[in-house]
Design a protein around this ligand. Structure first.
Ligand code: BGC
Length: 764
């Protein structure tokens, strides 16, 4: 028996001895145990369990411990070390009357201490194993810090890149995001959420948060039920089916009713239709915001609406605690309604294994790490491997990339050596100083084989209003730090560096705070300070390689026309610099594909690929009036969904169907041969789309239904086949029934969503 396990057992035994709610025999029966515990709880203790507090400056620690001991708190978030959490758990299980343990949550979105690429980048890998690996490691690291729950994954379908939280989601496609939802929930929760190295996934934001009007954060959502069911709800549903233990409710309204007060959403859809049996949590302050939404007169009414609609736990407001006891006494809220919520909170704690051992993830003090922020090398290799899989090669004129490891490289740009930006937003307990910048990555890859000449070239933006916005509330430690020299001087220095080099690598894009909560944009271009730099660099005539760092699709017309190569690296995490270097030098052949469409201009939005068919569609190559288009610019995306280049070439043979008809209980094989016709080994993503040729409601031009990542050596080929059945042809009709209607369908296969070959078949 190893020592850790033994210590765990001792901790477990000690904690059991300290807990006095019920007989140990009941502990093995969740329902009976919780029912028994609830019979012992006062109304105040029940309401206390529904309170999730944010540990911040607003409430001093001694006060928090008192409140916990008084049974007024059910869980907390925003502390990230065992040492932080232990006294709070002590207060709960030693000093409170019923000794009910707390749970500790945190926003672990893309890695915990080892930061993985942002979610949008993870989605760009189209590699479910890689994504799951990032989730598993995040769970291992977060649980080792004493955390029980993460507010992740974020499963909001995003079709408007102006929305800052685009970075936090997995893109625009319901099928791809649903696949990722399943993988992430399973990876975070492991074999069971009660395992010591698992955290419970509290998926968010239920529902439709990604559809805020105009991409402006916290704005309203107004959407037809068909679109909801078809496009926006599937990822949350997939997460619920995968066993997510928690679910965070969105801040937005849905067709006039805020999600936080939406009985249809939380009871009819979530509990009744989907059978969700976990805990629902409001978003930050969302219950009190029901007053601002104008559907509650005051806090009392807000609390009443939220509890009746089905919000089990209130995050970061005290309305439940202030209002629910009186509402129950006056008969406006039934005890039964409180009990339903308490049962779910206790159920989550039970599922987390906390009643069996409240210190399951906190461990014992003797085992605490000496230095919590010490750099761990444990998961760096995985972070590097996942990061390089998440990069998308957007352009590569005359094989500018990969670069040779000789001569000299001018490395220029505000993001070339910015550790904090490498991490992206929501970087949990990541430590900026531990992330590898591109400058460090290039230097490490080159050693003394080639020279790197670095220059900043420009600040990330020169717009003081934007800088102030990004640094707002962070006065003690501004996140955007500027070089005070005038722009012309920075550019002149960059040009000097460029003159001495064989090739220019320009690391440009967004500061991480530009792609974050409450960071909606009206423009999608690279900020003007950096554009001026790029234009100056272009004039040198040297090969210009852009390394993009950003958390949303950008409008890159000038860059596409003028750069020799463009590599989208998103925000690639702790090992980002090494991973980018791997790709730039060809030690890894890029294989990522876009999980979201890149528009040409912001005015084109929305540009999602799976839009409904039109009566007057624009047809490429047939310009003319009275078709659906914008007349000032070319139509269609700059880079379509599913797009991404490689250093090798892939060829797809003619696609074959096993039959021209599909019986209701049958299946159809779609197959072709994929050949690597280039000179390098590489991987690509074969994508299968389906188009319903005629149906009772208007259907999309195409919908992703299958994909496979295939790795082939130079010259190698393989047969790729997919099986399709009736379920893949189903959609929500006008009555919201999930049906497949007979008739003709088109299968489309390609290496992106636009360049596809097609074949038709009939569903009988
Ligand atoms: C965000 C959530 C997050 C919560 C707690 C809110 O502002 O919308 O996504 O989980 O804060 O940090």
């Amino acid at each position: 028996m190893n020592r850790l396990y033994l210590l765990g057992l001792i901790a477990c035994f000690t904690s059991h001895a300290a807990l006095a709610w019920t007989s140990p025999a009941l502990l093995d029966n969740k329902q009976a145990f919780i029912a028994d515990l609830m019979t012992q709880m006062t109304l105040e203790e029940k309401v206390g369990q529904l309170r999730l507090i944010s540990i911040g400056a607003d409430m001093p620690r001694p006060r928090i411990l008192e409140e916990i001991a008084a049974g007024n708190i059910g869980g907390s978030f925003n502390t990230v070390t065992r040492r932080d959490n232990r006294p709070m758990q002590d207060a709960a299980v030693q000093n409170s009357r019923l000794k009910i343990p707390l749970f500790f949550a945190y926003d672990v979105i893309h890695g915990h201490r080892t930061i993985f690429p942002i979610s949008l980048a993870l989605a760009s890998s189209w590699d479910l194993q890689a994504i799951a690996l990032s989730g598993r490691i995040a769970a291992i690291e977060a649980s080792a810090d004493g955390l029980d729950m993460t507010f992740a994954p974020m499963l909001d379908i995003t079709r408007d890149p102006r929305w800052g939280r685009t970075s936090e989601g997995f893109g625009e496609d319901p099928y791809l995001v649903s696949q990722i939802a399943r993988s992430m929930v399973k990876a975070l929760q492991g074999a069971t959420p009660s395992a010591a190295d698992s955290v419970m996934a509290s998926v968010k934001h239920f529902a439709l948060y990604g559809a805020v009007e105009g991409g402006r954060d916290y704005n309203v959502v107004d959407m037809s039920p068909m679109r909801m069911y078809q496009d926006y709800l599937p990822p949350y549903h997939a997460a619920v089916d995968a066993g997510a233990g928690g679910l965070m409710v969105a801040l937005n309204t849905i067709n006039g009713v805020p999600a936080t007060a939406n009985t249809w959403l939380m009871q009819d859809l979530l509990r009744r239709d989907w059978g969700f049996s976990g805990v629902t949590i409001s978003d930050h302050g969302a219950i009190s915001e029901l007053v601002s939404h104008g559907i509650a007169r005051d806090g009392r009414e807000a609390a009443k609406l939220a509890i009746k609609a089905g919000i089990d736990m209130s995050m970061a407001d005290s309305l439940y605690r202030q209002e629910l006891p009186a509402l129950v006494r006056s008969g406006e809220v039934k005890v039964q309604e409180i009990d339903n919520a308490v049962r779910e909170v206790l159920g989550a704690k039970y599922d987390l294994g906390l009643f069996h051992d409240p210190y399951r993830r906190i461990g014992i003090a003797a085992e605490d790490p000496a230095e919590v922020n010490a750099e761990s090398r444990l998961h760096r290799a995985e972070a590097r491997a996942v990061a390089r899989q998440s990069m998308v090669l957007l352009k590569n004129r005359q094989q500018t990339l990969p670069l040779k490891k000789t001569g000299s490289i001018a490395l220029i740009g505000p993001l070339a050596d910015s550790p904090i930006d490498m991490m992206g937003s929501w970087s949990a307990a990541g430590v900026a100083a531990q992330s590898v910048t591109l400058r460090q990555g290039l230097n490490a890859a080159l050693g003394d084989q080639a020279r790197v000449i670095y220059a900043l070239g420009a600040n990330v933006t020169d717009d003081q209003h934007i800088i102030d916005y990004l640094n707002f509330l962070k006065e003690d430690k501004p996140v955007v730090v500027l070089d005070p020299r005038p722009p012309a001087e920075l550019i002149a220095e960059a040009l000097q560096a460029a003159e001495q080099a064989d090739v220019i690598v320009a690391a440009v894009g967004e500061a991480r705070g530009m792609s974050h909560e409450s960071s909606s944009r009206t423009r999608l271009d690279i900020p003007p300070s950096q554009q001026a730099l790029l234009r100056a660099l272009k004039k040198t005539g040297k090969p210009l390689v852009l390394v993009l760092m950003n958390g949303r699709p950008l409008a890159l017309n000038w860059e596409q026309a003028n750069a020799d190569a463009i590599l989208e690296t998103w925000f690639s995490g702790t090992e980002g610099g090494h991973a980018i270097a791997d790709v730039l030098f060809g030690d890894y052949n890029p294989s990522g594909k876009l999980p979201i469409t890149f528009p040409r201009t912001v005015g084109q939005i929305p540009t999602y690929y799976n839009h409904l068919r039109l009566g007057r569609p624009f047809v490429e190559g047939h310009p003319g009036n009275y078709t659906s288009q914008y007349f000032e610019e070319p139509n269609g995306p700059l880079y379509p969904f599913g797009y991404g280049l490689s250093y090798t070439d892939f060829d797809l043979s003619e696609l074959q169907l096993s039959s021209r008809s599909l019986a209701r209980d049958g299946s159809l094989e779609v197959s072709l041969t994929l050949k690597n016709t280039g000179a390098r080994d590489g991987a690509t993503i074969v994508q299968l789309y389906i188009r319903d040729m005629a149906a009772s409601v208007v259907r999309p031009v195409k919908e992703l239904k299958r994909f496979r990542k295939v790795t082939l050596k130079a010259g190698e080929q393989t047969r790729v086949s997919f099986s399709i059945d009736e379920d893949d042809l189903k959609f929500f009709n006008a009555q919201l029934q999930h049906v497949a209607e007979p008739g003709e369908f088109e299968v489309q296969i390609g290496l992106d969503s636009q360049a596809v070959q097609t074949q038709r078949f009939e569903l009988l």
